[in-house]
Each structure stands twice: as structure tokens, then as C-alpha cells.
Design a protein around this ligand. Structure first.
Ligand code: ASP
Length: 345
């Protein structure tokens, strides 16, 4: 599992803290250009293979990420797929889990690594985490096994010494270097003196040819249940004419209020044909709508289980599935399948 000579990696720079500098006028962090990132990491010159870069215009704070960035990323990877052994995407941490999740569904038949990374501290700061994240992400993107196949043919996030399946991640920390966690799936690799790959949990390269799906339907809302939630709020979100699907973030194992008004609105939304997905607010564990009466009622009304998926992953999966097919019943069936290792059942 040595880094093969002449492995080629494309670094795609979208923005984020890793490439930011303090603006002398208002002291806020703003993105700067990619050549300055490379100036800060002279170690990259030692990379044995070919290293190219592509910079998005404009480079952004990832709070400004929109699905059109995902479409542009997917298209870029499709266009340059045959030229490179792997791809590293430099991206802000705030929405990195959303982007990595969406890309995991949009890139089909992936046999090469697509590694998102970034940093908590700008790469120009003395204590930056950006250097290690970038260098290791490139090494992982270039890594092949003895027969020349990519070790990690998946969309991942490399951050804070861990390689995580992208569609299993969530940002859990705004201050410390371990910003991401994959609460329901083990790390695919850990970096110490060497990068140790956990091969049994890494996806195998699929048989089908690589293809990219860029059609997304974004008519999704998120309803977070909380004590005191009002009928007006629930009605506005669940019955909104522009909403085709709603992710309901429920308590514990998938439980929600048993009040008649709440169940009536859920019932009405289901009868309107909307797709309602139950995702737990808990960081760890799965929805199981058979345990409590409050969960069971949702299932009987037609709410679909999100199992142990994150909200970020469910959002990307819905955008993707709804973009593929106009039939909501088909989408509901697909939601219950693990398409890219995003749920365990
Ligand atoms: N606001 C930044 C971003 O997401 C935070 C970061 O990169 O860590 O672009």
C-alpha cells in the first residue's frame, strides 16, 4: 500500500478557512488564492506524482454553498476523471458534510478517491491544522493497493487524523481540530506515523461505469421537533405547496408528539403525497418506529424511517432521488435502501 510513483491528484479549491487570511480593514477572515496555500506548504513539492489544481471562481466561505457548487464539482470530476487517480476538495468546514453527502450520491460507479478536507485555522497560522489535513488527504487520494487499485474508492472527509465516509459525517466542533464525527460508522482510516486503512469497512469499487448525476430537486424542508412547537409552524412546513419532502428531526428512536393536531397534519401531508422522513436528533443510534406508540403512529401514517442517517446525508439523498424520479413512492422505497453506505439497517 505504498504511494505509487506518478500517481496524479487534482486539488480542487472551493474556499473555506484553510485558504483564508485576516482582512486588515475589518479583521474578518476572507478567502485568498490557491497559490498562497501552496506557498505555505512547501512539503507538497515532495509529492512523488503529478499534482494539479483547479480553483473555483469565486472562492467562498462554505456558508455560501449552494447545490450548484455540487453540480459544478460533479461535472468537473466527470470531465477530469480519466486524467487523475484521485481528487482532493478543499472546502469550508461549515457545510462540508452536506457537500460530501450530496457528492456521494451524485457520483455513481466511483472507483477513485474523492477526499474533502479543510481546516479550523488558516493555513498561514503557525498552529494550523490545514497542512497535515492537506498533505494526508493528498496521500490518501493517491493511495493504491498492490494491484494498482485505489484503496478508498469513496467520497470521504479527511480531518483531524481521521478518514470518514462523507455521507456519515457531521460537524460537531467549531473550536477544536477534531471538527467532524461519523457517529454511526467507523473511520475508514486513521493517520499516525502511517495511515492505517480499515479495509473491511471501506467500500469496494463498483462494477458499473463511472457516471455523474447532476439533476437535483431541492424542494425539501427540515422540521425540528421541540417542546412547544406550534400547529402553525408544523402546518407551514409540512403542508407548504413548494415542499415535496420534509425531514422530520424527531426525539430518540424516532418519536414525536402524540397530540391529535400534530398527527392530523402529518396525516394530511402524507395524503397529499409528500415524502416525510424520520431522522433522529440524537447524534448516535437509529430511528426505530416500532418501539414507542409515538413513533409507531408516524409509521402507520406513512412516515419513512431515516434509520441511522444524518440529516446532511438525508438531505443530499432526497435532492438526488427526487432529481432522478418524479414518483414519490419510488423515492420512498429508495430511501430505505443503502445507496452509498449511508445507512445501516
Ligand atoms: N466559515 C468557514 C467555512 O465553512 C469555516 C471553516 O472553513 O472552517 O467556509
Amino acid at each position: 500500500m505504498e504511494l505509487k510513483d506518478r500517481a496524479s491528484v487534482l486539488i480542487i479549491y472551493t474556499g473555506g478557512t484553510i485558504g483564508m487570511k485576516e482582512d486588515p480593514v475589518d479583521q474578518t477572515l476572507k478567502p485568498f488564492d490557491f497559490s498562497q496555500i501552496m506557498d505555505e506548504v512547501p512539503e507538497m513539492a515532495k509529492f512523488a506524482g503529478k499534482l494539479d489544481s483547479y480553483t473555483f471562481d469565486p472562492i467562498i466561505d462554505s456558508s455560501d454553498v449552494e447545490p450548484r457548487l455540487w453540480q459544478a464539482l460533479a461535472t468537473l470530476i466527470r470531465d477530469r476523471y480519466d486524467e487523475y487517480d484521485g481528487f482532493v476538495i478543499l472546502h469550508g468546514t461549515d457545510t462540508m458534510s452536506f457537500s460530501a453527502s450530496a457528492l456521494s450520491f451524485m457520483l455513481n460507479g466511483l472507483s477513485k478517491p474523492v477526499i474533502f478536507t479543510g481546516s479550523q485555522l488558516p493555513i498561514g497560522r503557525p498552529r494550523t491544522d490545514g497542512k497535515e489535513n492537506l498533505i494526508s488527504a493528498v496521500e490518501i487520494a493517491a493511495a493504491k493497493d498492490a494491484s494498482g487499485h485505489a484503496i478508498v474508492p469513496e467520497v470521504c472527509i479527511y480531518f483531524g487524523s481521521k478518514l470518514l465516509r462523507g455521507n456519515r459525517t457531521t460537524k460537531i466542533n467549531s473550536e477544536y481540530f477534531n471538527a467532524f464525527r461519523s457517529p454511526n460508522y467507523p473511520p475508514l482510516a486513521e493517520a499516525g506515523i502511517a495511515i492505517k486503512y480499515n479495509l473491511p469497512v471501506i467500500a469496494k469499487a463498483p462494477e458499473e461505469e463511472f457516471s455523474v448525476h447532476t439533476e437535483l430537486d431541492t424542494r425539501v424542508s427540515i422540521l425540528k421537533i421541540h417542546p412547544g412547537i406550534t400547529p402553525q409552524v408544523v402546518r407551514n412546513i409540512l403542508l407548504g405547496a413548494e415542499t415535496r419532502a420534509v425531514i422530520i428531526e424527531t426525539y430518540g428512536a424516532g418519536n414525536a408528539p402524540s397530540a391529535a393536531w400534530f398527527l392530523d397534519i402529518v396525516n394530511e401531508a402524507c395524503h397529499m403525497g409528500k415524502i416525510l422522513v424520520n431522522v433522529t436528533q440524537c447524534l448516535q443510534g437509529s430511528v426505530n418506529m416500532d418501539i414507542y406508540a409515538t413513533g409507531k403512529r408516524l409509521k402507520e401514517l406513512g412516515v419513512v424511517s431515516g434509520y441511522d442517517a444524518t440529516t446532511e446525508s438525508t438531505l443530499g439523498k432526497l435532492f438526488f432521488l427526487m432529481g432522478v424520479n418524479k414518483d414519490n413512492d419510488w423515492v420512498k422505497k429508495q430511501l430505505c435502501e443503502s445507496l452509498k453506505g449511508e445507512i445501516s439497517k
